[in-house]
Design a protein around this ligand. Structure first.
Ligand code: PMP
Ligand code: GLN
Length: 467
């Protein structure tokens, strides 16, 4: 090893972070051109008005929409007396008086964050959804995708040695982010109950309550919840959430609730926001994503909302890493939200129509998989589906693949030889529990009908070929 190679190895805290499944599988999709049901993104456009918001913003005469938006701007003027004025400055340095504080009554001067029009829209929406007034200036932060909201929240709350409970299968970056912050992830898998005479649904994947209880202790700082879950599509019930919430309260633990698929829930299931459970607002950070909400994954706008004291910790990380998000895209997301807000819950609301469209795609995909002999778990939410392919093992020859885990060998073989790509779900498990996922593959079904039909043809062709 050369001197340079030796010195510039990856720092210890990042060691073990292999190139992620996304990097590897996106490259494979480019190299082998399979039908891509791997990475989660729609292969059809969102409603035209959503795309038009961007055009509208770029034609806007307000050229300041192309400059830095408010990331973290506020200034304080002290008066000779005991009160202070808190002023907010906009991008043109015009100011308005926000509050007059009595100096004795505060110990921290709040700074404001996020693109004003977007945080306003988010506060209006979530105030309604969670049944309490969310302060647009102090309780919402807009971020570079939900990824950054997760990163800033986890980093802003994790001290070295803090334990963080992660429920498996989990969106893969959680584990890495906890480790980067010096935290200790503690894992608990959802387990598939025995079901007979029907196809399992994501509801059949359950937590063992005693096992969960046993993970909580004095060192526990955070539990990360993801409902609806990626990759399983599990939508947590009120009873399950209450059980988790009670443990959070008992052990004074923060719940980071990743709800990026909040609108993608299939009947009769309902998305329940952890922050609405009794006494949970004060210990919950909720995370959302414009990419998932408006089917525009490339926009990379996300957000976190929570009480002000928790937000301050998140802000501290955000201000020195990202500082402020992309102005025109945030403006566009704000316009899209304003449009949907007027028809929330009605048939013409995009959130309603998207879930409806996805439900039929889900059913189509589940039928195809069952017909070819895979065993799907029908998701109650999200746009991914896990399927157990072990019944087809005799038709698979993975000898050319050298990966440690069977699902990696299977999905690579399928990409190259069958022409269909899915994601190996062991990536959503900790090392000791990866064996639980080796017989599964994850498919993404937010695809146009022709794509799903093509997947059907590919799978059926494969099924009927002699091995
Ligand atoms: N959380 C979950 C569960 C996800 O599936 C994703 C999708 N990548 C994210 C967070 C990140 O979302 P974004 O693309 O907005 O960064
Ligand atoms: N959330 C998406 C998925 O699970 C995208 C992940 C990514 O590209 N990093 O497929």
């Amino acid at each position: 090893m050369s001197e340079v190679d030796e010195k510039f190895v990856i720092p210890l805290k990042y060691a073990g972070s292999e190139p992620s499944v996304w990097t590897e599988y996106i490259q494979m999709a480019i190299d082998y051109k399979p039908l891509n049901l791997g990475q989660g993104f729609p292969d059809y456009p969102p409603p035209k008005y959503i795309m038009d918001t961007l055009a509208k913003v770029s034609n806007e005469s307000d050229y300041m929409l192309h400059q830095y938006t408010r990331g973290f701007v506020s200034k304080v003027l002290t008066n000779p007396g005991s009160s202070i004025l808190l002023l907010e400055f906009d991008m043109l340095n015009r100011y308005s008086i926000i509050t007059i504080f009595n100096l004795n009554s505060i110990d921290f001067l709040q700074t404001f964050q996020g693109h004003p029009r977007l945080v306003r829209a988010l506060s209006k929406l979530y105030s309604k959804l969670i049944g309490r007034e969310i302060n647009e200036k102090t309780e919402i932060l807009t971020t570079s995708g939900a990824y950054e909201a997760l990163f800033s929240t986890i980093s802003g709350h994790t001290d070295v040695g803090d334990e963080v409970i992660i429920i498996e299968p989990f969106f893969d970056c959680y584990e890495a982010m906890v480790k980067y912050a010096g935290g200790v992830p503690r894992f608990i898998p959802l387990r598939l109950k025995a079901v007979s005479g029907r196809i399992p649904t994501s509801e059949d994947w359950v937590l063992d309550k005693e096992e969960l209880k046993s993970l909580f202790n004095k060192k526990t700082k955070i539990i990360i919840l993801n409902t609806p879950n990626n990759p399983l599509g599990k939508v947590y019930s009120l009873e399950e959430l209450t059980f988790i919430a009670d443990l959070c309260k008992k052990w004074n633990v923060l719940c980071i609730s990743d709800e990026v698929y909040e609108w993608l829930v299939y009947k009769p299931h309902k998305h329940i926001r952890m922050a609405t459970l009794p006494d949970m607002w004060k210990r919950t950070v909720t995370i959302g994503s414009a990419g998932k909400t408006f089917s525009v994954t490339g926009w990379k706008v996300g957000w976190a909302y929570c009480p002000e004291n928790l937000m301050r910790n998140i802000q501290m990380v955000h201000q020195n890493t990202v500082y402020t998000g992309v102005t025109p895209i945030q403006e566009a997301v704000a316009i899209a939200f304003e449009t949907e807000m007027d028809r929330l819950g009605k048939e013409d609301c995009f959130f309603v129509s998207l879930a409806k469209d996805l439900e039929s795609k889900r059913d189509y995909m589940a039928n195809v998989l069952s017909e070819v002999g895979m065993k799907p778990t029908i998701p109650d939410g999200g746009y991914f589906m896990l399927a157990d392919w072990s019944a087809l093992e005799s038709k698979v020859d993975v000898s050319s693949e050298s990966d440690q885990y069977k699902d990696y060998r299977f999905t690579k073989w399928m990409t190259k030889k069958v022409g269909l790509q899915g994601i190996p779900p062991t990536v959503f498990y900790s090392t000791p529990n990866k064996h639980l996922a080796e017989n599964f593959v994850r498919f993404c079904f937010i695809k146009k009908h022709e794509t799903l039909k093509q997947a059907e043809d590919i799978l059926k062709r494969w099924k009927t070929t002699e091995n």
